[in-house]
Design a protein around this ligand. Structure first.
Ligand code: FAD
Length: 391
């Protein structure tokens, strides 16, 4: 039974959690600190996860994956974060793959999915956000123009994480000019790019250094030619395909935040018990106890929402509100726990060797990406509470 959770001793994914924990033991704080300093990609960690099949958890068995439910993938990512590792290096494959699985042709699925499942190919890059349109995805400007049996792509993406370490990219681009569409969400299409042959052939990737080690990039398309069969599903319906994967993305990121929150809470209580000032452990002071007890309470509530959202998702029910709420509650809980952890550590909260400052920087991202808190609140206001759309 998990001392920081447990709701239910019969966690169906306990065996998975145990195995992931074991794998993570091979990647301690020192491993992540060294990479963080140099902003290097955790190649060995990602390879180990792929070799043990964890990144193929959601790929159906027919395609070489393990065909596990979303809650199992959530358990995997939660344990990675909880162990102090960083799933941000590879989590995207789990949710990007859903677009290929749900909307790809039989030929695309049988070509790519087994290779993704075996780890021979990485599908880690997701090109949606652009510098000018930002959160307003349907205003994106990258174009894909059909030319015989090819498409010609022009434009730019930003924050395309892991593009340098991925073989494939899922790209959202405009195939019908905005002036010619009836609905705002029409005219966008999804493509699966094989970046191995495109780098230097119209595709340029430039890393962006950020406050944490996230391997994010900006990507430029300059008359880049791709075969027409790179199109996923029907032309013009891409925005819907991307949206259909967003609930899974939100739930999985929320699970990561729960893992982060548990890591911070454990680190906080361990230190508070050990550190003696004024002749007693600092954890004896209510000023130290209350913030972490509050963070724990919020983490547990968020965890229930993650379980609930995943259960609805697995039952094939609408879970837009729950997926969004779980992402917001879990991101808030991890940030609150991070804050309590730094405060409890005093000066040592700022020292690299404690890992607290690194995890603090890493978990801050989830207030903004993949969807910012404001947009979640706007979604709830409009779609759940029936208030007028504010933008
Ligand atoms: C490290 C990192 C990795 C990322 N990885 C990827 C990736 O792999 N692929 C990808 O496509 N994208 C990725 N993103 C992009 C991420 O999803 C966006 O940064 C995020 O959605 C916010 O968009 P923006 O940065 O353009 O902010 P903007 O859209 O410019 O918004 C800025 C601020 O204004 C607020 N705001 C905007 N409009 C409104 C409104 N109507 N009401 C209230 N508030 C509003 C936002 O909430 C936000 O706080 C990543 C970002 C980062 C930082």
């Amino acid at each position: 039974m998990d001392s920081l959770s447990q709701t239910d001793a019969r966690d169906p994914h306990e065996a998975i959690r145990e195995e992931v924990r074991k794998l993570c033991l091979g990647f301690p704080g020192a491993y992540w600190r060294a990479l963080d300093r140099e902003h290097e990609y955790p190649e060995a960690f990602v390879r180990a996860l792929a070799e043990q099949g964890w990144l193929a958890a959601l790929i159906p068995e027919d395609y070489g994956g393990s065909g596990l439910p979303l809650s199992a993938a959530a358990a995997i990512l939660e344990e990675i974060q909880r162990a102090g590792c960083n799933g941000g290096a590879c989590h995207a494959q789990m949710y990007i793959m859903g677009a290929l699985l749900r909307h790809g042709s039989a030929a695309q699925k049988s070509l790519y999915l087994p290779q993704i499942a075996s780890g021979a190919l990485r599908l880690q890059a997701f090109g949606v956000t652009e510098p000018t349109s930002g959160t307003d995805t349907t205003a994106l400007k990258t174009t894909a123009r059909r030319d015989g049996d090819e498409y010609v792509i022009n434009g730019q993406k930003i924050w395309t994480s892991r593009a340098e370490y991925s073989d494939l990219m899922l790209l959202l681009a405009r195939t019908t000019p905005r002036e010619q569409i009836v609905k705002r969400t029409d005219g966008l299409s999804v493509f699966l790019l094989d970046m191995r042959r495109l780098k230097g052939n119209g595709l340029t990737i430039r890393p962006i250094r950020t406050m944490m080690n996230h391997a994010t990039t900006e990507v430029f398309f300059d008359d880049m030619r791709i075969p027409a069969d790179a199109l996923i599903g029907e032309e013009g319906k891409g925005f819907r395909y991307i949206l259909s994967g967003m609930n899974a993305e939100r739930i999985l990121i929320a699970a990561e935040c729960i893992g982060d929150a548990k890591w911070f809470i454990e680190k906080t209580t361990d230190y508070a018990k050990e550190r003696v000032v004024f002749g007693r452990p600092i954890g004896q002071n209510q000023g130290i106890q209350f913030p972490v007890a509050k963070a724990y309470t919020h983490m547990r509530a968020a965890e229930l929402m993650v379980y609930h959202a995943a259960a609805l998702f697995e039952a094939g029910r609408d879970c837009g509100a729950e997926a969004n709420m779980s992402k917001m509650l879990a991101a808030d809980a991890s940030w609150e726990a991070a804050e309590a952890c730094v405060q409890t550590h005093g000066g040592f909260g700022f020292a690299e060797e404690y890992d607290v400052e690194r995890k603090f920087r890493e978990t801050r991202l989830y207030q903004v990406a993949p969807i910012s808190t404001n947009m979640i609140l706007s979604y709830l206001a409009e779609h759940v509470l029936g208030l007028p759309r504010s933008y």
